[in-house]
Design a binder for this molecule. Structure first.
Ligand code: PEP
Ligand code: MN
Length: 359
């Protein structure tokens, strides 16, 4: 990255950008209150730091060693208050702001009635963002893949229900994008685009989704290290979209015996990621455990660990949910979780403010 001097002129900044372009690289410009910082995007081998360091207006050049650079806390700390995290806006909701954000709704949208009933219930319970799967990444090709798989008109219809329910109950909406060619269609209807755990490594999908101009909820693959997760989220950032919400949703269990949970919620990943990156982190206790009796405790743990929100699957008749029935909870249970988690947040937030990275 290139840190410009405090009094660098616009012409000097433009000149540095022109030099970067000459090298065949792109420039990511961030204007902080006091400083402008320019990130280099592209093939590192082409960079001649010595040449860039002596250009007029340049204070210093610095190499970020980690494979994730534009989302690195080191990068953002150079142009804004150290420890400040990114606040992402969807509708009138702030993710990564002062209070926790709750994403709730059915795993899969089954019908208009089902979605509207759940939307009304989760809104009353205190949820801020409405989720509902339309293109489901199922573990067998013989399972139902969501309404979106039944044809284009069914997909549009389900997307329009989600949009309508979001408007009616005043919640921004989110759904998963499966398949690059669907990204633009889905972006017409929803406020946040979700990249599912199974697609964490799909670079082309990440780039396509990044370019839709909407915030992205990016889920960690169950086999990915934190470093891989952050490195791949950089594929979204280099396409000009840093509105990335990182989601910890459990990793593969270890050992030969029974683990008793679907995945293992990597709770330490929350503060670790917050130290490494300025992006907001949320926890999904539903997919992490696969068990409704564990959602309450893992939600509490997530917020206590510093997550800025939760994503939870809700159904009015959990046992009858078409997908992920074992982990669905009722909206009454959601209300209890939100109440407790808000109190946990209130008693832990001050401590986190002392330590600048919010950990
Ligand atoms: C989901 O959130 O609907 C989902 C399928 O989760 P994951 O990608 O984490 O398995
Ligand atoms: Mn699910």
């Amino acid at each position: 990255m290139i840190i410009m001097k405090k009094d660098a002129s616009k012409q000097e900044i433009d000149n540095v950008v022109a030099e970067i372009k000459k090298l065949g690289l792109r420039a990511d410009i961030s204007h902080g209150e006091a400083l402008t910082v320019i990130g280099l995007v592209g093939d590192e081998r082409r960079v001649n730091f010595q040449h860039l360091a002596v250009l007029p207006g340049v204070r210093e050049t610095r190499m970020i060693e980690a494979p994730y650079k534009l989302i690195n806390r080191e990068y953002s700390d150079a142009f804004q208050d150290p420890g400040k995290s990114r606040v992402i806006r969807a509708g009138n909701i702030e993710i990564g702001g002062d209070s926790p954000v709750y994403i709730a709704g059915p795993c899969a949208i089954e019908s208009r009635e089902q979605l509207f009933r759940i939307a009304e219930e989760v809104k009353k319970a205190g949820a801020h963002i409405l989720r509902g799967g339309i293109f489901k990444p199922r573990s067998s090709a013989h399972f139902w893949q969501g309404l979106g798989s039944q044809g284009d008109s069914e997909a549009r219809e389900a997307l329009s229900w989600l949009q309508e329910a979001g408007r009616k109950f005043e919640m921004p909406t989110i759904t998963e994008v499966r398949g690059e060619y669907k990204a633009a269609l889905i972006a017409e209807y929803v406020d946040i685009l979700q990249i599912g755990a199974r697609n964490m490594y799909d670079q082309d999908l990440l780039s396509t989704i990044a370019r839709q101009g909407k915030p992205v909820l990016y889920k960690r693959h169950f086999g990915a290290s934190v470093e891989e997760f952050l490195s791949f989220s950089e594929y979204i950032a280099v396409d000009g979209n840093k509105d990335i919400i990182l989601c910890e949703r459990g990793v593969l269990p270890i050992g030969k015996g029974k683990s008793f949970t679907r995945y293992t919620l990597d709770i330490a990943a929350v503060p670790v990621i917050k130290k490494e990156s300025f992006l907001p982190v949320i926890v999904d206790p539903s997919h992490a455990t696969g068990r409704r009796d564990l959602i309450y405790s893992m939600s509490c743990a997530g917020i206590a660990a510093g997550a800025c929100g939760l994503a939870i699957e809700v159904h009015y008749n959990p046992a009858e949910a078409w997908v992920d029935a074992a982990q669905a909870i009722t909206s009454d249970e959601l209300a209890e979780i939100i109440d407790t988690c808000n109190r946990i947040h209130a008693v832990t937030v001050e401590r986190r403010k002392i330590n600048k990275t919010g950990v």
